[in-house]
Design a protein around this ligand. Structure first.
Ligand SMILES: Cc1ncc(COP(=O)(O)O)c(C=O)c1O
Length: 359
């Protein structure tokens, strides 16, 4: 009988609850209002010829590189950041290499990094989910080949400082240090270009969040030109489809659309955090388009009560250190109004009182 590799057979299954997502989707950190109308206009123009041809990535890579002010040879368009993570693992990891991951975090790091038979070292986040720089430094060994960092982190919303990330990258020159900035637009800080000081550093961005294009699957992996030429060797020349390639320049052109959405999300984040503070519900200040809060034992009831009122939120209580926690994505101004109204209605109904939810 044919069996998958041992490393694959022992992989945890990542099965995000994707079915039956009707209502206001505040559960997957997506853009909740959709992409720029310019992208839709371009989509409508796509004809048979464009679909019949294999996609040509390079001209669009030049546009994206120009926009991000990096050299085209420092950048690879990918099938979402998910593929960027996979390619880094394919390029650098051998069985028995060590991979450092701070938990809780985005599940795909472990899934892609574990498949080659590496040793995953999960390092718990520090106090209030802070980035545990010194613990990481203590775990770096000659076998460390990958350190994956979501900055800001998902699901906590916490962000590490540039100096901390640079110190980690400097301390592990034989490891690929992947700084995943999927939520960059809501945070505003980036390590773009820093690979010119530290060629083991990679930065990833995505069009799935602020740009509203999660369904197109488009991300960007960037790093030192020589390292990126190694990564390109394991990528399919057709990894990003023609529809996505046609839309990306339009999405980038409409800066005002994305800026407006990001502003509304960041305002909503402040409003939700203020509300949680007033209600005495513990939460972690976020730098991304979501907030993680602790509902305690009322968590499951809360998620269901929100769903019953047409708002999907994500139960994160199985993530390490997140017992009783739920993550809520922010969207437009009107959506935040609705979220806050439903929140005020739901909490008394599920018997949440200030005392019960305080840690
Ligand atoms: C930290 C982080 N990285 C990457 C992704 C996935 O990005 P993409 O849609 O570009 O594959 C997510 C999605 O939730 C995420 O939270």
């Amino acid at each position: 009988m044919l069996n998958g590799r041992k490393a694959v057979r022992t992989l945890p299954v990542y099965h995000p609850p994707l079915s039956g997502r009707n209502g206001l989707r505040l559960d997957f950190n997506e853009n909740t209002v959709g992409c720029s109308p310019r992208v839709l206009a371009r989509l409508r123009q796509i004809g048979v010829e464009e679909l019949a041809r294999y996609p040509e990535r390079e001209p669009v890579e030049a546009v994206v590189a120009g926009y991000l002010k990096v050299k085209p040879e420092e950048l690879l368009l990918t099938n979402g950041v998910d593929e960027a993570i996979h390619l880094i693992c394919e390029t650098y990891l051998e069985p028995d290499d060590e991979v450092l991951i701070v938990v809780p975090t985005f599940s795909m790091y472990e899934i892609f990094a574990r498949a080659p038979g590496t040793r995953i070292i999960n390092i718990p986040a520090g106090v209030n989910f802070s980035y545990p720089t010194h613990t990481i430094l203590r775990h770096i060994t000659p076998a460390t080949r990958l350190i994956a960092i979501a900055n800001p982190n998902n699901p906590t919303g916490a962000a590490a400082l540039e100096e901390e990330l640079m110190l980690v990258a400097r301390s592990a020159p034989n490891a690929a240090v992947l700084v995943d900035e999927a939520y960059f637009e809501f945070h505003g800080h980036t390590l773009l270009g820093k690979w010119r000081e530290l060629p083991n550093l990679f930065v990833a961005h995505t069009f799935s969040k602020a740009y509203g294009l999660a369904g197109l699957r488009a991300g960007v992996l960037m790093g030192d030109a020589q390292q990126m030429s190694a990564v390109r060797r394991v990528a399919s020349p057709y990894n990003v489809n023609s529809v996505a390639l046609a839309c990306l320049p339009e999405a980038l052109e409409d800066e005002a659309y994305v800026a407006h959405y990001v502003n509304e999300v960041c305002d909503g984040r402040e409003r939700l955090q203020r509300e949680l503070q007033n209600l005495g519900i513990p939460f972690w200040p976020s730098r991304a388009n979501f907030v993680l809060m602790r509902m305690g034992e009322a968590n499951a009831g809360f998620v269901q009560a929100m769903r019953d009122r047409g708002i999907l939120v994500r139960d994160r209580s199985r993530d390490p250190g997140c017992e009783g926690c739920v993550r809520i994505t922010l969207g437009s101004l009107e959506q935040t109004d609705r979220l806050l109204a439903v929140l005020r209605e739901v909490l008394p109904k599920i018997g949440v009182t200030v005392q019960e939810v305080r840690p």
